[in-house]
Design a protein around this ligand. Structure first.
Ligand code: BES
Ligand code: MN
Ligand code: MN
Length: 503
């Protein structure tokens, strides 16, 4: 299967793709030609030599001024995407990447990592959601990529397996988000989960029906879904490791298949794009797929996602309603458009009952995250600074733009309710992403739970970090892949973080 992404056999008539630095490009073109066309081997520059069937790709990254941006560095994933973009809709479908070992002054393992990410970016940028296009628009299906002789030792089985795993996971995340909301609804998602995960012998799938959610008392999920013609559902998939379980990780994702806002309906312009509101769930779905493919040694993975549609109707939930969440904490609804945190409260509570080592959630939670951190960045918040900082370092290594946002405790008071334990929106409307994070933190600390039916013997507060991906889940071409639509951002880092700690 992995052969399809990278072959070690040369294809005839392949276009050679050669990464070059500002020191090495003169091996391929003269100073005069370089001067004439302004090619300097700098980051993301490309230069096509048709006679030699060669495409040079510049790798030298030089910041113009001193800066403190850890993401403004050479990113092989983005460079791979540049190649796909340069080829565009042309006829060239056969590529041979060569010269990685010559241009990178790093050790073999780092060169291998570089090549893996370069190929991943190339394949991802060549993928496009084209289910509804009369014309085939996804050139990846025909793309045949090989690696030149000098670099061939970099392509090990482990490397190409990982390339395949990440590529499958990221494509899945993007496809789930890009699919129109009428087709990706709380009912159809169940078939997707079976199709994508059921073939792995290490995966178990549980799907909760509305009736089962009712029996458990998951009123957060049920309440938000009341206005939809679809029955809400919650997915729980478990991946068993190969060996003895030494660690358990819960991955929780917000799965609002469409966010109209509910009775507090969004303006038309703001509603467009809200098919991406299952982005958190799709991110964890893709991560789960990649991890199932990779087969961890000692880490058991639990993916938990509610899938709910937020719609206005005569049976919709309303602001002023007070609901008793699965945790037993009561929440007054301030605005029906702040629905993500309500469904996540039940999913997080459920996650704590599995007694994991830590919990991660991803959610397109707040417009505030996008406004304050840009549409490139994910906001990472945590109830455990060590864990949060450790995780953000992996996002930096993977160059998936992510900003650590401390959740200021002074804001917590603002969530206190008058008619309920907590309000769904803070009284203080500043930094909505932070108060949303604080809201979620109430559902990973069992000391705050009030539902006796949960029969928790020893209450614990669970280490947790939260990814607000409202900005980064999807945008119009201004991302690493320069593609419109879902980005698949965060899957790489999550897989890497979990794999790194799989001991
Ligand atoms: N799903 C949205 C957040 C969002 C906004 C994601 C833009 C992606 C792009 C969320 O459910 C929402 O509606 N948030 C509101 C909260 C408000 C009612 C307090 C927001 O952030 O505007
Ligand atoms: Mn909303
Ligand atoms: Mn939403």
């Amino acid at each position: 299967m992995a052969e399809y992404l990278v072959s070690t056999q040369s294809h005839e008539n392949a276009l050679r793709v050669v990464p070059v630095s500002k020191e090495t490009y003169t091996k391929y073109i003269t100073e005069d030609v370089a001067e004439q066309y302004g090619f300097k081997g700098t980051y993301k520059q490309t230069f096509l030599l048709p006679q030699e069937q060669t495409l040079l790709v510049g790798v030298t990254h030089e910041s113009q001024a001193k800066n403190a941006d850890p993401f403004d560095t050479q990113n092989p994933y983005q460079l791979g995407a540049v190649v796909a973009r340069t080829l565009g809709k042309g006829k060239v479908k056969t590529l041979e990447v060569t010269g990685v070992t010559e241009v990178l002054e790093e050790d073999e393992e780092q060169q291998r990592e570089w090549l893996l990410r370069f190929l991943l970016g190339l394949h991802q940028a060549a993928w496009h959601y084209d289910a509804y296009l009369s014309e085939d628009k996804s050139p990846r299906k025909e793309l045949a990529v090989s690696v030149g002789e000098v670099d061939r030792h970099l392509v090990t089985k482990e490397m190409s397996d990982k390339l395949y795993a990440l590529n499958s996971g990221i494509t899945l995340t993007r496809r789930i988000i890009d699919t129109p909301p009428e087709d990706m609804n709380p009912n159809s998602i169940q078939g997707e989960v079976y199709n994508e995960l059921n073939d792995y012998s290490n995966v178990e799938i549980d799907i909760f029906s509305e009736e089962q959610l009712r029996n458990k008392g998951m009123n957060g999920i049920l309440t938000v879904g009341r206005g939809s013609r679809w029955e809400s559902t919650m997915i729980h998939a478990t991946i068993k490791p190969r060996g003895e379980v030494k660690q358990k990780v819960c991955l929780v994702g917000k799965g609002i298949t469409y966010d109209s806002g509910g009775l507090d309906i969004k303006y038309a312009g703001l509603m467009k794009g809200m098919k991406s509101d299952l982005g958190g769930a799709a991110t964890m779905f893709g991560t789960t797929k990649a991890l199932a493919e990779l087969e961890l040694e000692h880490t058991e993975i639990h993916w938990i996602s509610p899938f709910v549609e937020n719609m206005p109707s005569g049976s919709s939930y309303k602001s002023d309603d007070v609901i008793r969440t699965y945790s037993g904490q009561t929440v007054e609804i301030i605005n029906t458009d702040a629905e993500g945190r309500i469904i996540l409260s039940d999913a997080l509570t459920y996650a704590t009952l599995l007694d994991p080592d830590y919990i991660v959630d991803a959610a397109t939670l707040t417009g505030s995250a996008m406004r304050s951190l840009t549409e490139y960045a994910t906001g990472l918040m945590a109830n455990d600074k060590e864990l949060g900082m450790d995780a953000v370092r992996t996002f930096e290594e993977e160059k998936e733009t992510t900003i650590y946002v401390p959740m200021l405790e002074v804001m917590r008071n603002s969530l206190k309710g008058t008619f309920s334990d907590i309000r769904s929106l803070a009284q203080d409307l500043n930094a909505g992403h932070m108060s949303a994070g604080l809201f979620l933190s109430h559902f990973v600390d069992q000391n705050l739970f009030r539902n006796e039916d949960l029969e928790i013997e020893e209450k614990k507060a669970y280490p947790w970090f939260h990814l607000d991906i409202a900005g980064s889940a999807m945008n119009e071409g201004k991302n690493d892949l320069m593609a419109n639509g879902a980005t698949g951002q965060s899957v790489r880092s999550l897989v890497e973080y979990i794999q790194k700690h799989d001991t």
